[in-house]
Design a protein around this ligand. Structure first.
Ligand code: AMP
Ligand code: MG
Length: 411
């Protein structure tokens, strides 16, 4: 049995970043850049007025109020060919290029109209005021974005500004999801004696999708070697195959046996973690294969802790690991296992402290407690009891950011 960090290392060592693909800027958000991006222009491309006002020479208004002759009007989008001489000003709009000869802009609020095409400048203004100099934001040919950058809407704005309508990204891995078990029935059915509904297929579908990969459900396979072989062979055609169930020690747990028949190279089949000990990881050619335990909380936990970092690596993320924080236990907790316990927890801010309430869970089928959690509290195998106020390491899930009302103050 290997430790969680060893399992994660093994998986990440076998995981490679997906080949680049080109997508349109309208499709690009949510991917990771597979290229460095340089700017084909300077930004701003000229000395630009950042306010509506009058372009002028600062020395002309040092003893303001002063009257200047208005020699032109410069709207945004125009390019002034004339030059400002001493005693002159040009009316200028936000975003318009500064005319030659002017070295500052006085805002319109500090001016007043005067007779005969003149303007009264009410206050002095320092040279360079209300001007964004050429290249202030981005220089010509400057590298503006690096490979590995997550493409947020703000990054899309930069890509558009520097002229990239098509972008090289790392493609999303296609993740086959196969659930196994003779006891499983679909959502629409009322389970009869001995049956349960297939919940893992749906939870895993969304876990895959939430981290940016493409879920491809393969349906439910019964606990029979032949049927499993057909489905698993189909799943091996994808980038990743996730299987739930059939990996424990039961008489009908055939998944690992079928992996071997299909030449899947097995790297480990047990991890020192609770929940989720009977986790299988293998590879055939370039396909990563994960056999997850059938218990729903185990399957989802192993996905978060071991599968998700691999998917992030495939998608080119610079940061593949889950966020881990040091928190303070908000309650006492009995671990009741010698394995590293990844217990469902609710992590939150209390003033400047990060607190975590380790939830009392009824175990690896307690989907309700799991759904109320937003993180895992890690209680190492050698620790049996956590006391309120003691430090605990937590792994944050997306739920921490998305659904916890106590996570912070308004910005
Ligand atoms: P297994 O790992 O196949 O021994 O399954 C362990 C437990 O998880 C059993 O109680 C199964 O009924 C349950 N289980 C297996 N697959 C699913 C599933 N797709 N959805 C919900 N529970 C499941
Ligand atoms: Mg089963």
């Amino acid at each position: 049995m290997i430790s969680v960090p060893q399992a994660l290392d093994t998986v990440l060592n076998q995981t490679f970043v997906s080949a680049p693909e080109t997508v349109s800027i309208l499709e690009a958000a949510g991917y990771v850049l597979a290229e460095d991006v340089h700017s084909d222009i300077a930004m701003p491309p000229f000395d630009k007025s950042t306010m509506d006002g009058y372009a002028l020479k600062a020395s002309d208004v040092a003893a303001a109020p002063a009257i200047l002759k208005v020699v032109g009007v410069i709207p945004a989008g125009a390019f002034p060919e004339f030059e400002i001489c001493s005693g002159q000003a040009a009316k200028i709009m936000t975003g318009a290029p500064l005319p030659k000869g002017a070295d500052t802009v006085q805002i319109v609020e500090k001016t007043a109209a005067a007779e005969n095409g003149r303007v009264k400048i009410l206050e002095p203004v320092a040279p360079g005021k209300n001007i964004s100099p050429q290249s202030e934001i981005i220089g010509l040919n400057e590298k503006v974005l690096s490979r590995g950058t997550f493409i947020s809407p703000a990054v899309i704005g930069v890509l558009a500004a520097v002229g990239k309508s098509e972008i090289k990204i790392h493609r999303r891995p296609r993740v086959a999801i196969l659930v196994t078990g003779d006891e499983l029935v679909e959502i629409q059915q009322k389970p009869q004696a001995g049956q349960i509904r297939n919940s893992n297929g749906y939870a895993l579908y969304h876990q895959v999708r939430d981290c940016g990969a493409l879920p491809q459900p393969l349906g439910v396979a019964p606990d029979q070697r032949e049927a499993l072989r057909t489905k698993i062979a189909e799943g091996l055609q994808r980038d990743v195959l996730l299987i739930s169930g059939g990996v424990s020690m039961g008489d009908l747990d055939f998944v690992e046996e079928v992996f071997k028949q299909l030449d899947v190279n097995i790297f480990f089949d047990a991890v020192n973690i609770k929940p989720g000990k009977p986790t299988v990881f293998g590879k055939r050619e370039t396909t990563l294969v994960f056999g997850l335990p059938g218990n729903p909380v185990s399957a989802s936990t192993i996905f978060e802790i071991i599968v998700k970092p691999a998917l992030r690596k495939m998608m080119g993320h610079a940061q593949v690991h889950n966020l881990r924080w040091q928190a303070i236990a908000a309650n006492n907790f009995d671990s009741r296992t010698r394995r590293d316990n990844y217990a469902p927890a609710c992590t939150y801010f209390n003033d400047d402290k990060i607190m975590t309430a380790i939830l009392p869970s009824k175990g690896s089928s307690d989907i309700l407690t799991f759904a109320r959690s937003n993180s895992f509290a890690i209680v190492p195998g050698e620790v049996q009891k956590i006391k309120r106020g003691e430090p605990v390491e937590v792994v944050l899930r997306d739920e921490f950011w998305k659904s916890n009302s106590k996570t912070g103050r308004a910005a």
